[in-house]
Design a binder for this molecule. Structure first.
Ligand code: BGC
Length: 399
């Protein structure tokens, strides 16, 4: 649908406020402006979007939703079920989304066969970033196994480098934990843990192993641990104060925004024991149902967001990869190429992020983060106790 000559600006609520997130959003703003769609920015700071989702929920309940919002994964499909989100089937059909997008992307944005949001990019959560200069100086290789990581940590410590940049913010702890769950449990168990009905799998002994590994990882940060924002942990990696960081690949986007060059200044590998697997989080913008007069602009925006030029411009700044299968992977750096090629590889294990709302409902995601937060901060809580708490949450939420 072509908007009228009097097209109004669309309010967009999101949580992209770091340097790279801002750059990526600004690229969207420019692509949209070039085609006559105006973006009115409503950014709510807070990594992982905890604050943004709360503000957004308040506005929706008050009957004053923004026109567009970063509503993703399970939250998106739940809201679609409540009739809060505008279906985009016509836009998807005209843009041949079914033919040009990864099936996992289409599945994530669909409910009851209807496409409910414009997909932007796919982040890889099981990403280990390593300061390349530190590695070179200490003659180390990016670790591929926990044993290699342990050996690397020993050498780093001996040279007064903090092995791992860690933050105690609940969503960051939960982000690391799910990569460890995948590493310790393997893709089949992880998929069961992430499914809403698979609560009994949380009794598995490998969950205890993952909790032990989580504590071990936290102890690799020698700084008195704080709840620093993810950008501060990334700074410590960049400066070489810390050697490694486990974080979704938006941290890679951030390093790039600060002038770092992938492969020269930092290495990017899958978290130990998750090579060839993709723990994904798919960013999407949903068009909220509100003032009907904005429908044409909303549909026009969705169409532009999926276009190849927008996809490339945005994802190269964001650290994620395009949702499209028809791009040239040679245009991606090595880290992004590995992510994109893993998504494209038939049979590769693709697993939904629990922390980034691809699987669990918002409240369960938050409750899991709280248990993990308490667990890493309180040595008196045993892995078995934490497991029992996680089990209770997931069982309580099961249908
Ligand atoms: C979002 C990313 C964002 C990250 C850090 C994730 O949940 O998917 O787009 O960069 O949080 O805020």
């Amino acid at each position: 649908m072509i908007p009228s000559a009097h097209a109004e600006a669309l309010n967009v609520l999101h949580w992209w406020t770091s340097d790279s997130e801002r750059q990526a959003a600004d690229r969207l703003v420019r692509q949209l402006a070039a085609q006559g769609v105006e973006w009115h920015d409503d950014a709510i700071p807070g990594g992982g979007g905890g604050a943004a989702i709360k503000v957004l929920t308040g506005r929706v309940l008050a009957g004053e939703p923004p026109d567009v919002a970063q509503v993703i994964g399970r939250t998106l499909t739940d809201w679609a079920g409540l009739g809060l989100v505008r279906p985009l089937d016509d836009v998807a059909q005209r843009g041949h989304w079914r033919q040009v997008m990864f099936p996992v992307v289409l599945e994530t944005v669909s409910r009851g066969g209807h496409v409910m949001a414009a997909p932007l990019g796919v982040h890889r959560i099981n990403t280990l970033l390593v300061n390349h200069h530190v590695l070179e100086q200490l003659r180390l290789k990016p670790p591929r196994t926990w044993a290699e990581m342990e050996a690397a940590a020993k050498v780093m410590r001996a040279h007064h480098v903090t092995p791992l940049a860690w933050s105690d913010e609940p969503w960051q702890v939960a982000t690391v934990f799910e990569t460890v769950l995948l590493a310790e449990g393997g893709p089949r168990l992880y998929a069961e843990l992430a499914s809403t009905t698979g609560w009994s799998s949380w009794q598995d002994a490998r969950v205890v192993a993952a909790l032990k590994r989580l504590r071990w990882l936290r102890d690799l940060d020698d700084e008195p641990t704080t709840e620093e924002p993810w950008t501060s942990a990334t700074r410590r990696l960049q400066s070489g104060a810390a050697g490694m960081l486990i974080m979704g690949d938006w941290a890679r986007g951030e390093l790039q925004a600060w002038g770092e060059h992938a492969g020269l200044d930092f290495d990017c590998v899958a978290v130990p024991q998750t090579a060839g697997m993709h723990l994904y989080s798919i960013d999407t913008l949903a068009m909220l149902v509100g003032r009907n007069a904005h429908r044409a602009e909303q549909e026009h925006m969705a169409d532009i967001l999926a276009q190849p030029a927008t996809q490339m411009a945005y994802n190269q700044a964001k650290g994620s990869v395009p949702v499209r299968t028809d791009i040239d992977p040679a245009q991606l750096d090595a880290c992004a190429r590995d992510s994109w090629q893993t998504l494209a590889r038939p049979g590769a294990p693709l697993l939904p992020s629990i922390t980034h709302r691809m699987a669990a409902v918002e409240s369960v995601r938050d409750a899991i983060g709280e248990v993990l937060h308490r667990f890493v901060r309180t040595p008196g809580v045993t892995p078995q106790q934490a497991q029992a708490q996680l089990l209770a949450i997931v069982r309580g939420a099961a249908p």
